[in-house]
Design a protein around this ligand. Structure first.
Ligand SMILES: Cc1cc2nc3c(=O)[nH]c(=O)nc-3n(C[C@H](O)[C@H](O)[C@H](O)COP(=O)(O)OP(=O)(O)OC[C@H]3O[C@@H](n4cnc5c(N)ncnc54)[C@H](O)[C@@H]3O)c2cc1C
Length: 423
């Protein structure tokens, strides 16, 4: 049976949820359905996120997307009283004097709230060494650090609670959800059909006419693709480029008594939680997870991490043991013999051209892709920009009345430099 709506949104992760909510808020008369193959919302990469948030990005575009979303999230938690597990416990980058990162963060401290922290304060508080064993440092290419940069408008959040907020708002607004609905393809049709076999021909105007799912065909005037790393595969047959590539990302949950003590070592905040900390070498990060009495460890490793894609990616324990554990213990004996109590893997949807989200329109299809590992912290702004694009506006109003040039994150008139702060 065909089901007809004004708008079909594919994907009930943070991108699809936020877009559906903002779209319906601005256009209450639209009938909108959100489809997801999972049994409920937020089960894709949204649910696998390490869920740190920061407004520290090299490019202004990314700073705007993140900082406005962070302000919106704060408003949900404070004014609306909806707990999304948000703690402004900071992001701490450990750096060498005069390194590239030092210069970049120094420059960014003019744009956003960043403080420097003395190395001894960090060492005494978190028990992270700045004076490494020289032989091990040389062998493993590890750097010590001379100071820390602490982002104050940064911290941790719970993505399933954020998704929960958007979902509830969507339902209140009358948006329909169909879970367990797997989209298998989008059908391209001529705008003015001739009912002749083989349409659409190269000279005919085209549009997405319908989408096929395991629950039948869905028809709409407009479609929104928010399927993250599934975007490219779903679009392949239409000839539309998804402009994203998936790369596997893993989180390892570790704990022991020292780690539990470490979790509560706040630095220049009153949250009672240590900052999300980026070690000086190889991009390994420590994400405090006080709710689980654990530390989540991750790294956006690049070379030798292939681009292959599977439905159910698994965390690799040998990667933790051979690559990560060695680094952790070189910096802090807190991690020695830590128990690995959990692990999971998902994908970053990388826009490999500039590591910044894409929000573009092709025919009657709005596509959100390439969230590049920071789709939660930019999730609200992404929904607003997609809504503005859908509505044919050149400028989106981000939360806090910040204006955003929609074309900047599009494809044809894109205006973004390479983002260098990818974690
Ligand atoms: C390990 C890891 C750590 C991360 N850490 C952070 C972080 O600290 N901070 C941050 O901001 N971001 C982080 N991210 C990135 C962030 O999680 C993503 O950018 C964000 O979740 C993308 O949201 P989305 O809605 O676009 O995609 P998703 O949440 O993946 O949603 C896409 C939805 O589409 C559905 N779907 C896919 N194919 C189909 C189909 N054929 N039919 C129907 N439905 C379909 C899926 O089921 C899914 O629910 C991390 C990601 C990973 C994997």
């Amino acid at each position: 049976m065909n089901q007809k709506f004004d708008v079909v949104v594919i994907g009930a992760g943070i991108s699809g949820l936020s877009t559906a909510m903002h779209l319906k808020e601005g256009n209450p008369d639209l009938s909108i359905v959100v489809l997801d193959k999972q049994h409920t919302y937020g089960q894709g990469n949204t649910g696998k996120s390490a869920a740190g948030y920061r407004d520290i990005f090299k490019t202004e575009v990314n700073r705007k997307l993140a900082s406005s979303s962070i302000e919106f999230f704060k408003s949900i938690q404070k004014s609306k009283g909806f707990d999304i597990g948000m703690h402004a416990s900071g992001y701490l980058f450990l750096v060498r004097d005069k390194s590239q990162l030092d210069l970049m963060l120094h420059e960014l401290s003019r744009e956003t709230n960043i403080e420097t922290v003395e190395k001894d304060e960090i060492k005494n508080s978190l028990n992270i060494r700045y004076d490494l064993d020289p032989e091990q440092a040389k062998f493993m290419k590890l750097e010590g650090y001379d100071k820390g940069y602490l982002g104050k408008n940064c911290g941790i959040i719970e993505p399933e609670l954020v998704a929960d907020y958007y979902y509830r708002e969507c339902v209140k607004l009358g948006i329909q959800f169909n879970f367990g609905t797997q989209v298998s393809g989008l059908t391209l049709v001529p705008v003015n059909p001739l009912d002749y076999p083989g349409e659409p021909f190269i000279w005919q105007d085209k549009k997405i006419g319908s989408i096929e799912t395991n629950k039948g065909t869905f028809l709409a005037d407009e479609y929104i693709m928010a399927a993250d790393v599934y975007t490219t595969g779903l679009l392949d047959k239409t000839g539309i480029d998804g402009h994203e590539r998936p790369k596997k990302r893993q989180v390892f949950q570790v704990t022991n008594k020292k780690i539990v003590d470490m979790l509560s070592k706040q630095i220049h905040t009153t949250e009672g939680i240590m900052p999300f900390t980026i070690l000086p070498s190889h991009g390994v990060f420590l994400r405090p997870a006080p709710k689980f009495h654990s530390m989540w460890i991750g790294v956006a490793d690049d070379l030798a991490r292939d681009f292959s894609f599977t439905e159910e990616p698994q965390a690799e324990h040998d990667f933790y043991e051979n690559s990560i554990y060695q680094i952790l213990t070189a910096y802090s004996n807190n991690f020695e013999n830590a128990e690995l109590t959990g692990s999971w893997a998902g994908y970053y949807s990388y826009n490999t051209a500039d590591m910044t989200p894409n929000i573009f329109k092709e025919l009657n299809l709005t596509v959100i892709s390439g969230t590049s590992g920071s789709g939660i912290m930019k999730g609200d702004a992404i929904g607003r920009v997609a809504t503005a694009l859908f509505s044919g506006k050149e400028k989106a109003k981000l939360y806090g009345d910040m204006e955003f040039n929609v074309a900047d994150v599009g494809v044809n008139n894109r205006n973004v430099k390479m983002e260098q702060l990818i974690l």
